[in-house]
Write a protein that binds this ligand. Sequence first.
Ligand code: DGL
Length: 250
Amino acid sequence: MKAGVFDSGIGGLTVVKSLIRHKIFEEIVYFGDTARVPYGIKDKNTIIRYSLEALEFFKNFDIDILITACNSVSAYAIPELRENASYPVVGVIEPGVIALERYDIKKDEKILIIGTKATISSGKYQRLLKEKGYKNILAKPTGLFVPIVEEGIFEGAVLDSSITHYFNDIEKPSAVILGCTHFPLIADKIGNYFDNNTFLIHSGEAIVEYLQENFDCNGNFNETKLSLFASENPDYLKNVAKKWLGKNCV
Ligand code: DGL
């Protein structure tokens, strides 16, 4: 099976990492819209327009399924992408909510959702969680984490003070949904802040489980062929991929 993975930039590589680790695709074609990142501060119509343009890119490849690694895209553009694609389109939000259900978290325990401004203001995570019966939901935009990770900062004073800035008035949640491609890279720091009993939901791992349950994605490919494309500066994307995924993956 050949998958397309679409993200606003480099962050979707965290999802690719999970897809490769679980060996579920024979081939992945990744497109990051690095010329126009970040999407997380843009409005719904712009995100939909950019996403439909990305669909044009994937016309050059014979993909069997499209995964929108970007939470901001998954928040707004899934219906339009599905309407215009001839293959299934899977976003990361529904899988993230389903993944949460697998933990033994009671419906009145506190769930914290963090993501970009676009993702949080779409209300999609909140709506799906409410539909599942969760009653104690706090959603907080934590957009500063995106440029911090882009800068390659995974520890130290800047990250620590941003974490404190966002979370110091928050009561410890039972689970945190990492509703942004970049956040798995600082998951340890977020987990440590609250204490290590807080469950963290990672989009990449969540979507793997979702794909295994809902699609013919149980193949055990020894190697996933990965092709990387970007709307600007593809070398940067490739260098980050080497760093995040390991040399053998690219
Ligand atoms: N990929 C985006 C997301 O997961 C984060 C970066 C951006 O704002 O474009 O929401």
